[in-house]
Design a protein around this ligand. Structure first.
Ligand SMILES: N[C@@H](CCC(=O)N[C@@H](CS)C(=O)NCC(=O)O)C(=O)O
Length: 209
């Protein structure tokens, strides 16, 4: 089994943090997506979505999608689950994972891709394109993320973790969503409970990226 990633890439970092939290060691290979190595063979055939991370199993099966990789490793490797033990725990964690991914991460991802100069010509992940960076998508992404954080803030008041009463995968994905406020110059102090949680998560040894 081998994990392909790129140290500065947020989605690859998400898996790295998960591995560190679980104490799992894997064979890894760096794929420099800034130098377009994902478009060369054998990688373009291994993951035709041209993104890291992806996990190559011993029988050649390739699993992409950071949360899917983490879920697979959670189920197949030893150690306490970060995805929940009971159906109810799994449902609560998955609910928060999807909220952070769909309502937070996605609009912010498009805002970042349309804002940061490095992503010119790369506004769609895994694609080289003539589509221009659109400032309106930056504005709208930040507005959508703000609405999402306004909803999360009351939930986080008086809580230590995003889901359940202990650290889970929802805290990992939540961290990478909230961290994008930095690239978008959003003031996290607007959401004090979320900000306190973020500071605490960022201090964990596994998050020293
Ligand atoms: N939904 C995918 C997204 C993967 C993704 O966007 N990876 C980025 C790095 S964070 C990438 O490899 N981009 C390459 C490119 O845009 O060409 C996941 O969660 O793994």
């Amino acid at each position: 089994m081998k994990l392909y990633g790129f140290p500065p890439a947020a989605n690859a970092q998400r898996v790295r943090v998960f591995l560190a939290e679980k104490g799992i060691e894997l064979l890894t290979q760096e794929l420099n997506v800034r130098e377009d190595h994902q478009f060369f063979e054998p990688y373009t055939s291994m993951n035709p979505f041209h993104c890291v991370p992806f996990l190559e199993l011993d029988d050649g099966t390739v699993i992409a999608e950071s949360v899917t990789i983490c879920r697979y490793l959670d189920e197949t490797q030893p150690g306490p689950s970060l995805f929940g033990k009971t159906p109810q725990d799994r449902a609560e964690i998955d609910m928060w994972l999807r909220r952070f991914e769909l309502d937070g991460f996605l609009p912010m991802l498009h805002a970042v891709r349309n804002h940061v100069p490095m992503f010119a010509g790369r506004v769609v992940p895994g694609t080289r394109t003539d589509l221009p960076q659109l400032p309106d998508l930056v504005t709208r992404g930040k507005e959508m993320a703000s609405i999402f954080f306004d909803r999360v803030e009351p939930h986080m008041q008086g809580r230590d973790w995003v889901a359940l009463d202990h650290f889970t995968m929802a805290d990992i994905s939540g961290f990478f969503t909230v961290r994008m406020t930095k690239a978008l110059e959003m003031d996290l102090d607007r959401w004090p409970a979320l900000s306190n949680w973020f500071t605490k998560i960022a201090a964990r040894p596994a998050f020293q990226l």
